[in-house]
Design a protein around this ligand. Structure first.
Ligand SMILES: C[C@@](CO)(OP(=O)(O)O)[C@H](O)COP(=O)(O)OP(=O)(O)OC[C@H]1O[C@@H](n2ccc(N)nc2=O)[C@H](O)[C@@H]1O
Ligand SMILES: Nc1ncnc2c1ncn2[C@@H]1O[C@H](COP(=O)(O)OP(=O)(O)O)[C@@H](O)[C@H]1O
Length: 283
C-alpha cells in the first residue's frame, strides 16, 4: 500500500504576541494562510513495524529529530498500529525559514498515515495529536486560512483572502524560533490590527490586507539580521503591494496583484538572493 500527500508552506499575515506564559510559550494571535509552495511526502507501508525516513535534502535529519518521524511514531502509538512505514520527503520549502516546512511535513504524515492505515481519525483528532509536536502543526492539518490563538494551536477557520502572487525571498541564514521569541521585549510592542485584517479578508479588500500586514517578531529579526531588512527594503523598491516577514523569519514575502509586477520583483530579487519563489496564495 502506498499514498502521497502534499505539505504546503504557510505565511503569517498578522502575528501578535500578547504575553509570555508560565510554560515558557507566548500567547499569540495570528492570521495564517497557505501558499502553493509544497513538500511532497510518499508513504509506503512496511510489515516490519519500523519507521524509515529518507529526505531529498541531505542536511535535514532523517531520524527521530525529523518532525515527520515524530508524527509517525505518535500516531502509531496512539492507534496501537503494528505496521511500519517508509516515508520519502521531497523538500521544496526552505528549512528554518518561518514557513512551517517541518510542521507541514508532520501534519502531512498524520494525514497520510491516517489514510494508509485506515485509522478513521477526524481532522480535529489529528490536530490534537499534532499540537504535541509543535504549535504550528494544527494549522497545517486544516490548511486554508485561519486565526490561530493560544500558543498557535487553537484554530478558527476564516474565509480565504483574494488570490494574488506571493514572492518569497529567504537570505542564506537559518533563524531559531525560540531565540526570536526570547529576544522579544513584550513591554514594547506595536500590535497588529487582527480584527481589521480579518474583516479585510472577509471583504476580499486586497489593498487593506496589504496595509494591515504586521508581525511583532519582525523588528527582532530585522535588528539581528540586517540582510533580512535589506530584502524587505528591496521588495518595497521593486514595487510589491505589501511586504512582511513570515513567522520568526528570515523569509520575507511580498504580495503582488499584477503578473507583470510579479516578474519585475522576482527578477530584481534574483539578482542578489538565490532563494526566491513566485507562488500563488491558495489559502
Ligand atoms: C513563529 C511561528 C509563527 O507561525 O512560526 P515559525 O517561524 O516557526 O514558522 C510559530 O509561532 C512557531 O511555531 P513552531 O515552529 O511550531 O514552534 P514550537 O516548536 O511549538 O516552539 C518552538 C519554540 O518557540 C517558542 N514559542 C513558540 C510558540 C509560541 N506561541 N511561543 C513561543 O515562545 C518557544 O520557545 C518554543 O520552545
Ligand atoms: N521534515 C522536516 N523538514 C524541515 N526541517 C525539519 C524537519 N523535521 C525537523 N526539522 C528541523 O526543524 C527545524 C525547523 O525547520 P522548519 O520547520 O523548516 O522551520 P520553521 O518552523 O522556521 O518554518 C530545523 O532545524 C530542521 O532541521
Amino acid at each position: 500500500m502506498k499514498c502521497s500527500i502534499k505539505a504546503p508552506a504557510k505565511i503569517n499575515l498578522t502575528l501578535d504576541t500578547l504575553r509570555k506564559r508560565e510554560d515558557g510559550y507566548h500567547e499569540v494571535e495570528m492570521i495564517m494562510t497557505t501558499v502553493d509552495l509544497a513538500d511532497r511526502l510518499d508513504f509506503t507501508d512496511r510489515e516490519d513495524g519500523k519507521i524509515v525516513i529518507d529526505v531529498s535534502e541531505g542536511f535535514v535529519p532523517n531520524d527521530h529529530r525529523n518532525l515527520a518521524y515524530q508524527a509517525a511514531e505518535l500516531i502509531k502509538k496512539h492507534c496501537q498500529v503494528k505496521r511500519g512505514v517508509s516515508i520519502y520527503i521531497t523538500k521544496r520549502i526552505p528549512v528554518s525559514a518561518g514557513l512551517a516546512g517541518g510542521s507541514s511535513d508532520a501534519a502531512a504524515t498524520l494525514k497520510g498515515l491516517n489514510q494508509l492505515w485506515s485509522l478513521g481519525l477526524s481532522l480535529d483528532e489529528l490536530a490534537i495529536l499534532g499540537e504535541k509536536i509543535g504549535s504550528d502543526v494544527p494549522f497545517c492539518i486544516y490548511g486554508g486560512t485561519a486565526l490561530a490563538t493560544g500558543r498557535g494551536e487553537r484554530i478558527e477557520k476564516i474565509s480565504s483572502p483574494p488570490s494574488c502572487w506571493v514572492i518569497l525571498a529567504k537570505p542564506p541564514i537559518g533563524v531559531s524560533t525560540a531565540d526570536i521569541y526570547n529576544k522579544l521585549n513584550i513591554n514594547n510592542i506595536q500590535h497588529p490590527d487582527t480584527k481589521g485584517m480579518k474583516s479585510a479578508i472577509e471583504q476580499k479588500d486586497f489593498k487593506q490586507i496589504c496595509k494591515l500586514l504586521h508581525n511583532t517578531l519582525e523588528s527582532v529579526t530585522l535588528d539581528l539580521y540586517p540582510e533580512v531588512r535589506h530584502i524587505k527594503e528591496q521588495m518595497e523598491k521593486f514595487g510589491v503591494d505589501g511586504v512582511l516577514m513570515s513567522g520568526s523569519g528570515p523569509t520575507v514575502f511580498g504580495l503582488v496583484e499584477k503578473e507583470s509586477r510579479m516578474h519585475r520583483v522576482y527578477n530584481g530579487l534574483k539578482g542578489f538572493c538565490s532563494d526566491v519563489y513566485a507562488v500563488r496564495l491558495i489559502g
